[in-house]
Design a protein around this ligand. Structure first.
Ligand SMILES: Nc1ncnc2c1ncn2[C@@H]1O[C@H](COP(=O)(O)OP(=O)(O)OP(=O)(O)O)[C@@H](O)[C@H]1O
Length: 444
């Protein structure tokens, strides 16, 4: 089932608010109506939510204080019928993300939903053998209940892979995405496990956590390596016992969600450094799916670029333009440290800025204006076999490993995936290089 955005709309039922709810539903949101902020809080505690839209005449400041006290981190939008500029500004000062005037305009409601919730594409572009290997493992494991750890550099498509697994699993409940990085440990614990009234000073009522809500579906923990030690311990116990308790509660809640976690960190290294629990890693990583970096995906780069160019051109209402051959060669020579997300951004700018009939090399620029042409690029063309003649296999292998590792910014897992060797073999080789006094790119 595709992911939906759950929106709580707070305002007097009927009239413009009902129309706003209809438009939000048309834009793909699952909308629940509440008469007042207190009822919205009840809805959130029971069923959660992704965004709230509140009548500017309501006590938005008080509502936002309650949300924070109960550790809800969802965005709030203000809306109103002919509200004064002062009221709209006051709502934004109180913490609302934006103000949407009513009567509602279809485009504004759709844009509000899209701007607050970055909806992730489930479309999967690319058929490079390295990706195909990862994909066939992902789909083979999809129908089972086994936890899956999706690894790979930032922006490679780990969340897209999690969605592929979820959709292939045929589970009815949608995918619940929980961001683990950059979220305070106590907020994340409430988000995951829920809490009972009185569990902590702001907990005025019971809240159902994501693990409970995702029963029968899939919970996706983004950047699981960022979990605080206490949360790691709680999650391990929940996986081990197949049940957990809400914070401050005694009731035993069964763990009925399929767990997928992602990481761009070297979690084996984090275990060795004592920053991540070894037993939790064993549980999470029962099956590991490695998403390859974009630079290792050959012709997929052009395919993805063409897909994004068409998608952005349609979105921006401009003509879809092809890439010149020179632009495609250029894209294939860059190392894409930010992977698909970086490619997406480059193509978006090219679509907006380009003036020619085709997208040309000079249209490919970074956000700071630096041209892709001026960035560090690999040599064009195929492997220079001639230059290898006269060298030993051992020397060539060593250089290949060291160069690949450098291109992967020291990421052992990515480099071994590109080279088609196990991480263990990679580590053993690197150890022998270091012992021989050869410099090796440090792990990120
Ligand atoms: N195969 C694909 N086809 C089309 N778009 C893709 C594909 N894979 C990834 N993307 C797009 O690339 C961007 C990054 O993907 P995603 O968020 O899944 O990466 P990630 O590895 O989870 O990122 P992070 O490490 O930052 O959490 C998204 O906008 C996504 O839609």
């Amino acid at each position: 089932m595709p992911d939906t955005v759950r929106m709580i709309l707070v305002g007097a039922p009927g009239g413009e608010f009902r129309r706003a709810a209809e438009l939000a539903r048309d834009a793909g949101a699952d909308v629940a109506m509440a008469d007042a902020p207190a009822q919205a809080l009840d809805l959130l505690r029971e069923g959660g939510g992704d965004m709230v839209m509140v009548d500017v005449e309501a006590d938005i400041a008080g509502f936002i204080v309650s949300l924070r006290a109960e550790r809800f981190t969802i965005p709030v939008l203000a809306c109103g019928i002919q509200a004064s500029a002062e009221r709209a500004v006051a709502a934004i000062r109180a913490g609302a993300k934006d103000y949407v005037p009513l009567p509602p305009q279809r485009e504004l409601i759709a844009a509000a939903i899209a701007s607050v919730i970055e909806r992730k594409a489930t479309v999967r572009i690319g058929d490079h053998p390295v990706l195909a290997r990862a994909m066939s493992l992902a789909t083979a494991v999809a129908p089972t209940a086994a936890p899956v750890l999706v690894t790979g550099e930032k922006g490679t498509g780990k969340e897209v892979m999690a969605r592929v697994i979820h959709e292939a699993s045929g589970r009815a409940n949608p995918l619940h995405v929980v961001e683990c990085a950059g979220v305070a440990a106590d907020v994340l614990e409430s988000e995951l496990f829920g809490h009972e009234a009185g569990a902590f000073p702001g907990a005025v009522a019971r809240r159902i956590g994501r693990l409970e809500k995702a029963a029968g579906g899939t919970i996706f923990l983004r950047e699981v390596g960022a979990l605080a030690p206490a949360t790691q311990a709680r999650l391990f116990a929940a996986l081990q016992e197949q049940c957990f308790q809400r914070l401050g509660g005694d009731e035993i809640v069964p763990f009925q969600a399929r767990l997928i976690a992602s990481t761009s960190m070297d979690l084996d290294g984090a275990v060795a450094a004592g920053a991540f629990r070894a037993d939790l890693l064993v549980r999470l990583g029962l099956v590991r799916v490695e998403v390859p970096p974009l630079r290792a995906r050959g012709a997929d780069i052009a395919q993805l670029a063409q897909h994004f160019a068409a998608q952005f051109a349609i979105g921006e209402g401009v003509a879809v333009r092809p890439f010149s051959d020179a632009a495609l060669v250029l894209l294939s020579r860059y190392s894409w440290p930010g992977n698909i997300r970086e490619l997406e951004d480059f193509i978006h700018r090219a679509v907006l800025l380009g003036q020619d009939a085709a997208i040309e090399p000079h249209d490919l620029v970074r956000s700071d204006g630096t041209r892709l042409l001026d960035l560090e690029l690999s040599e064009p063309g195929s492997l220079q076999i001639e230059s290898l003649v006269g060298r030993t296999v051992e020397e060539v292998e060593r250089e290949l490993i060291l160069h690949t590792l450098e291109r992967c910014h020291g990421n052992r897992t990515s480099a071994s995936s590109i080279l088609g060797i196990s991480v263990r073999t990679m580590r053993n080789k690197l150890r022998t290089f270091i012992e021989a006094g050869i410099a090796v790119a440090p792990a990120p």
